[in-house]
Design a binder for this molecule. Structure first.
Ligand code: SF4
Ligand code: SF4
Length: 94
């Protein structure tokens, strides 16, 4: 993967967003405190929010991903790595 090339084409006008009905926080795939998307984002635009009550959270997740649209460069790496299909790109004006 050529990260520099993909970053060059990014303009921040179509940031990634997380569908909170689909994100399971990479439960069973990653340790708490990290995730596929967070590890792969080249500009560290993704953070994880801890669920205060996992037993009542969707899919019993302990955490969910959050994307900082200001930092996102639209590279779509996270869309490709999310096994839940929880990340998509949206128009920045929405
Ligand atoms: S958005 Fe996808 S890759 Fe990111 S934490 Fe949620 S399930 Fe994992
Ligand atoms: S689209 Fe790229 S820059 Fe934006 S959050 Fe996903 S991995 Fe990070």
């Amino acid at each position: 993967m050529n990260t520099e090339e993909s970053l060059r084409e990014c303009d921040g006008e179509m940031p990634a967003v997380v569908d909170l009905d689909k994100c399971d926080g990479c439960k069973g795939r990653k340790e708490k405190g990290t995730s596929m998307c967070m590890e792969e984002c080249p500009v560290e635009a993704i953070s994880l929010v801890e669920e205060p009550d996992p037993s009542n959270a969707p899919m019993g997740r302990e955490q969910h991903a959050e994307i900082n649209a200001e930092e996102c460069t639209d590279c779509e790496v996270c869309v490709d790595v999310c096994e839940q299909g929880a990340i998509s790109m949206v128009e920045a004006s929405e």
